[in-house]
Design a protein around this ligand. Sequence first.
Ligand SMILES: O=C(O)CCC(=O)C(=O)O
Length: 311
Amino acid sequence: MESVKKRLTEFSEEAHDLYLNQSVPYLEEPPDPLHFYRHWIGPNKPCIIRNAFSHWPALSRWTPEYLREKVGSKVISVAVTPNGYADAVNGDRFVMPEERRMSFSSVLDIIEGKVQKRGVFYVQKQCSNLLDELPELTDDVEPHVSWMSAALGKLPDAVNFWLGEASAVTSMHKDHYENLYCVISGEKNFILLPPTDRPFIPYGVYQPAVYRQQDDGEFEVVDQSDSEKVPWIPLDPLDPDLDRYPQYRRAQPVRCSVKAGEMLYLPSLWFHHVQQSQGCIAVNFWYDMEYDIKYNYFQLLETLSEVTGST
Ligand SMILES: O=C(O)CCC(=O)C(=O)O
């Protein structure tokens, strides 16, 4: 077992030495599909692409005034938490946000500071919430990213809309998606870790629960007793508890800031933790990953990390 553990550590170090970058590189224009497949999707490396959606009307149009006029009265789902952490470990629970139905304009009122409310608000429903909840805005963007769709031979599985407060945080996790994350206004700050750092990233299994705001404004945590336990990462990369998770010392997180007009390619199975500027708006495209050799490779790493208890 110890030798497998040692080999996993060496493997991660070799990945960093041989092909991973110390920072996220920039491409100055949208790539050719084949080139993008060969150099970024295949090797599973992130990059930031500039000038990839400069033609989208959203970049100039999506001001609070325009959004109020166009979709102000629409009722959408908003994630509300006491501390900004939706879908995150809190003590011995995996706590999900209260999903509140609110008009778009009342969310804007909170984000712009016109109305004070207890809690942290984040429009982050995912599952194609742009198409499902805000179809009036789809003419301001494109339904897919043509070179990515050509590279993967398919259309995105989801197109998501994100709008949130600066204190809204997305806790560290990974997805089975090739993710193109487009910042329309403001700035998103990502902490990224490659799948090869998996042996250093702790997982626990937690009872699921949801936040619920009570009449006095306090949030309670309500267990979802019928739901199965959830595996999640308890570590906060902003303040990692290295006494508890000493292996994380070996991880090599990369930070990047994605500004308005920039698109992050976040490869499948990369761990990510996300923060943002107040009122940041973003749209992202999730393309389900191919369950091919790349997947099998990282799945093996996952299994070995689990069985060796590397975490
Ligand atoms: O923008 C965020 O807060 C989270 C984004 C994310 O986790 C994702 O696109 O997978």
